[in-house]
Design a protein around this ligand. Structure first.
Ligand SMILES: C[S@@+](CC[C@H](N)C(=O)[O-])C[C@H]1O[C@@H](n2cnc3c(N)ncnc32)[C@H](O)[C@@H]1O
Length: 295
């Protein structure tokens, strides 16, 4: 799509009206965009329309057509998300979400920390309340909020095969995507610990709205929480340096009495991979969630 956008931009500069017209004709004639499973293609089409409208090309009639087409494609996505959301609210579980993740997105070939249409789908299903503007500053070594890309969460769920006895603890849970998806799509319980109160409030409101009772959240510093219930620890590099060291030592203490798994994404993976009490890939990929087991 990036190449198409550059082409469109170059073309638009020399043919300010026909660029939008060409795009409209192509998209309006593409009946496949109507299919529910055309979510990724719709996302690309919406990108193209946004881009063309942002370039201020086309006459009034073309821009109105583009606007109408955008609204129409967005409504199709909304209807898809509404259905999946209703499944969750009625207690039907996340089978629909899992099906989407399996059919359309393959984590093995989609590495990296970028976001894709699956994130849009998850966001349309969860509809997390915006956390507001009053986000506190983080102390040194604490890492700012960024959600795990959804394809990595689903990839992790496939590989973990969680059961009802599992408890997933997300240390530095942000808005809670990981615990929410664990509770929605598996039988396990999930708990998110997050230092920013506004994120915790959003995650709790979302869990309550969707009836995800197995997802719970607490506002706390990860160094101060009870780790005793968790069977799976998840860290999307929430902190570095001495904080990471202190939390890993506390998790190692837990591993002395029971089998646990530690899952990581981002730069903290290299630190965790060097822990002698954990077994796993000696050189785990830096752009996919790594899974380690206690020895
Ligand atoms: C990279 S984000 C990961 C978010 C979430 N785990 C996910 O994967 O979607 C890191 C989060 O850790 C939180 N955080 C940083 N230091 C923390 C600490 N000491 N205790 C609890 N949360 C912390 C940040 O506020 C931020 O929301």
């Amino acid at each position: 799509m990036a190449d198409r956008n550059i082409e469109l931009e170059l073309f638009a500069r020399s043919h300010p009206t026909t660029a939008l017209q060409g795009l409209l004709e192509q998209l309006e004639g593409d009946r496949a965009l109507l299919e529910p499973e055309a979510l990724p293609a719709r996302s690309r089409a919406l990108d193209g329309l946004e881009r063309a409208l942002g370039l201020d090309v086309g006459d009034d009639a073309e821009r109105a057509r583009a606007d109408a087409l955008r609204g129409w494609l967005e409504a199709l996505d909304r209807a898809l998300c509404d259905g999946l959301r209703e499944d969750l609210r009625r207690g039907g579980g996340g089978a629909g979400l899992l099906d989407w993740a399996a059919r359309c997105f393959i984590a093995e070939t989609e590495t990296g920390e970028h976001y894709d249409p699956l994130d849009e789908l998850v966001s349309g299903v969860l509809r997390l309340p915006a956390p507001g503007d009053e986000i506190g500053a983080l102390a040194e070594e604490m890492v700012f909020y960024q959600p795990t890309p959804a394809r990595h969460v689903f990839d992790l769920l496939r590989r973990l095969s969680l059961c009802a006895d599992d408890v997933v603890l997300d240390l530095g849970a942000g808005l809670g995507h990981v615990p929410l998806l664990v509770a929605a799509c598996t039988e396990a319980r999930a708990h998110g610990v997050e230092i920013e109160p506004a994120y915790v409030a959003s995650a709790q409101a979302c869990a309550a709205e969707l009836g995800l009772r197995r997802a719970t959240f607490a506002c706390a510093d990860a160094r101060a929480v009870d780790l005793g219930q968790a069977t799976v620890f998840y860290l999307y590099t929430p902190f570095t340096g001495a904080i990471l060291r202190q939390v890993l030592d506390a998790i190692a203490q837990q591993a002395r009495s029971r089998a646990i798994r530690v899952c990581t994404l981002g730069p903290c993976t290299a630190v965790v991979a060097a822990e002698p009490w954990l077994a796993g890939d000696a050189r785990p990929p830096s752009d996919r969630i790594a899974v380690f087991r206690s020895r």
